[in-house]
Design a protein around this ligand. Sequence first.
Ligand code: SAM
Length: 236
Amino acid sequence: MKTDVPRSPPHRVKRHYGHSVLPLGNFDVGPLRDSFRFLRGFARNPAQVGSVVPSSRYLEQRLVRETRTADARTVVELGPGTGGTTSAFLRALPGAARLLAIELDPEFHRHLCGSLADPRLILELGSAERLAELLAAHRLPAPDAIVSGIPFSTMPPEVSDRIAAAIAQVLRPGGRFVAYQVRAHVAGYVSPYLGEPVKQWEVVNVPPVRVFTWIKPETSQSAIAAGENLKACDRD
Ligand SMILES: C[S@@+](CC[C@H](N)C(=O)[O-])C[C@H]1O[C@@H](n2cnc3c(N)ncnc32)[C@H](O)[C@@H]1O
């Protein structure tokens, strides 16, 4: 079902360089500095960054489509990195919508603050584990979509589980969680909360990645269980 989101003229996303016309974000000349910045981030903390190059334009566009960003009021990005994906979401996002981007790496966060200027964007430094707290701090409603490139396969299992639980808790019923990952570990953490995902591959990316999409049930399992209890009580 489409939500009725007020439209306003598209925002220009201010960056310190133009967008390349080449198809692979990974090898563009324009964002070459971002690619080096990203590589330096990987060298600082390979397990946390999880990739040596930013996402390609093809992956960015797939994520925009899978999250239904053009119809969203509130989107959350976990792990914006050097901001290529963030810019793609901002280009698609309606004028009155908000994007909360949570990044753990202080240098990436500093770069995002200096290079992305958009009144719809909220940049936070910290772990995705703080998702619920940060949404509340900014008085944001339950997100229509959450998108994540954070590497669930290399994080401590308890951290991955806390993030999966937080995502399932805060997402609005019918909302989407989209994860792009080299490995499939994310499904083991998220599926117990949100059920089976739709799985795709984006091969025009270095490396090719899996894209998982979950849609939060309109009626949660706990609500179903509560309803069954009610019926059982009614019969008494
Ligand atoms: C694979 S990169 C994706 C970067 C960017 N979105 C892109 O597609 O080019 C993963 C990002 O997640 C960040 N990250 C890792 N663990 C995180 C956590 N617990 N909370 C927030 N960000 C995290 C990393 O620092 C890195 O910037």
